[in-house]
Ligand binder design. Structure first.
Ligand SMILES: CC(C)(COP(=O)(O)OP(=O)(O)OC[C@H]1O[C@@H](n2cnc3c(N)ncnc32)[C@H](O)[C@@H]1OP(=O)(O)O)[C@@H](O)C(=O)NCCC(=O)NCCS
Length: 201
């Protein structure tokens, strides 16, 4: 059965959420789970689904800068940030990722954007982006730490408890950060290296 890439429709919502939840459970693509379908209010967006035999098997959403850098990392021209992207695990080897990216590029062009950014903490996805030849545009660690005592005490004065702090650092700072802070290592809060890639067209 052939894979069709088409625009998302409002009637896809429940199925889209279920497919998203499955992809979320087998990847490190996202930092948190979502219970509502994002609508990207105030921005242009591309919302695509991959469909086989009437069933959604993959998805891709990109949201576009209003001014260069308000969403994207690179600021030389306005771009699209790919926020939701994946396909069901049983559809490995069907080129759904590539089909979705090609269709997203076409739609971005129609909207007069000329680049898309892809950021991911998922190591398999990082290999995929390298395999399809996307250049890297940046990398950083994302991690949680148990708060240092001065921060805990400072916030307790305002009756605010702190469970953990969600932090970012450059790879060259990471060895020192691990020495100096109480980094949470246990799943699902473990650290990840996040790498950004882009496609220009
Ligand atoms: C990332 C993802 C969308 C790729 O989709 P896909 O449908 O498997 O990709 P394709 O079939 O189009 O693969 C294109 C090429 O990349 C290769 N490839 C795919 N995944 C790869 C991996 N993990 N490592 C190395 N190469 C990989 C394919 O073998 C293929 O190579 P070929 O051109 O030599 O045949 C998919 O793995 C996925 O849904 N992952 C979970 C969610 C996720 O991490 N999303 C992205 C991060 S935000």
């Amino acid at each position: 059965m052939a894979i069709e890439i088409r625009e998302y429709r409002d009637t896809d919502r429940d199925e889209w959420m279920r497919v998203h939840a499955i992809i979320l459970s087998i990847s490190h693509a996202w930092n948190y789970s979502i219970q509502e379908r994002p609508d990207y209010e105030g921005h242009q967006s591309t919302r695509l689904v991959a469909v086989e035999d009437g069933r959604i098997v993959g998805l891709l959403d990109a949201q576009y800068d209003n001014t260069p850098g308000d969403l994207c990392f690179l600021k030389d021209s306005p771009g699209g940030y790919v926020l939701e992207f994946g396909r069901l695990p049983e559809y490995k080897g069907r080129r759904i990722g590539s089909l979705l990216i090609d269709a997203a590029v076409e739609d971005a062009r129609r909207k007069e954007f000329h680049r898309l950014e892809f950021w991911t903490q998922d190591r398999a996805a990082q290999r995929f982006y390298r395999r399809i030849g996307l250049p890297e545009i940046g990398r950083h660690y994302r991690f949680r730490i148990r708060p240092p005592q001065d921060i805990t005490e400072r916030m307790r004065r305002d009756a605010v408890g702190v469970e953990y702090l969600y932090c970012v650092c450059l790879p060259e700072e990471w060895p020192l950060v691990k020495q100096q802070y109480d980094v949470i290592l246990k799943h699902p809060l473990e650290p990840h290296l996040c790498i950004g890639y882009e496609r220009r067209f």
